[in-house]
Design a binder for this molecule. Structure first.
Ligand code: DX5
Ligand code: ZN
Length: 228
């Protein structure tokens, strides 16, 4: 199984100070920065676009994990890649096998990674399990897309466990990223169920000491892993 990775979601910080948000990620020793792109159609919020990603890229060398919660990911893929995204995750709900292949080709041509995200109520589609070798990260959402600061939906845990079993069975090496409501109180359960990339918005940025919060999540996650 791949190592634990901590991915702070900057959506939870002051949106007027995104430079400060990435700085916190760097100082806290995060592995990647999670960038939530929402278009007001796929989910009921509007966040930022490739211009913002590009501006942040100039200020930070960490891996950029861009989570596209948008209706037409293919239309914008190149712009997010050129802006500096390293991992571009798309939602299964707006894809089918053919569209995914096209998206994969676009991302792969630029030497970047493809992620596939699923909402809490969505099961991994058959076409996706057949293409696991093309998916570097499965993003298992534990809140409905739209906003930071929601409570984790624990009913997703059995699905998370099934995703882990599938990845291990196939020897695919796919990361399993858990996104939504990750906090120090539930991160160990998430790791025990098979998550290894942990997105945290409020779990980092709403804490009194956000830099230290990254370390707290990492220590807890790693100790849950050791107890396996
Ligand atoms: C929700 C986003 C999440 C969210 C995470 O639409 O995809 O990444 O910002 O924030 P927390 O950890 O606060 O739920
Ligand atoms: Zn996200």
């Amino acid at each position: 199984m791949n190592g634990i990775r901590i991915a702070p979601s900057i959506l939870a910080w002051d949106l007027g100070d995104l430079e400060g948000a990435v700085e916190i990620s760097v100082k806290g020793g995060a592995d990647q920065v999670h960038l939530d792109v929402i278009d007001g159609h796929f989910a009921p919020n509007i966040t930022f676009g490739p211009g913002t990603v590009k501006a942040l890229r100039r200020r930070c060398d960490l891996k950029f994990d861009t989570h596209l919660m948008i209706e037409e990911p293919q239309k914008y893929a190149d712009r997010f890649l050129d802006a500096g995204s390293d991992l571009l995750s798309v939602h299964a709900e707006v894809m089918n096998g053919e569209r995914f292949d096209e998206f994969f080709r676009t991302v792969n041509a630029k030497g970047k990674e493809v992620g596939l995200a699923i909402k809490p109520q969505t099961q991994l589609p058959k076409w996706a399990s057949a293409k696991l070798d093309k998916i570097s990260t499965l993003v298992v959402m534990t809140v409905n897309p739209g906003f930071s600061g929601q409570t984790m939906d624990m009913s997703v845990m059995p699905k998370l466990q099934r995703m882990r079993a599938l990845v291990e069975e196939r020897g695919a090496g796919t990361d399993i990223e858990v996104d939504g409501g990750v906090e120090p109180e539930n991160v160990q359960e998430v790791v025990r169920r098979g998550g290894n990339v942990l997105v945290a918005g409020a779990g980092v940025y709403a804490k009194k000491d956000p830099i230290a919060a990254i370390g707290v999540l990492r220590d807890k996650a790693e100790s849950a892993r050791r107890k396996d």
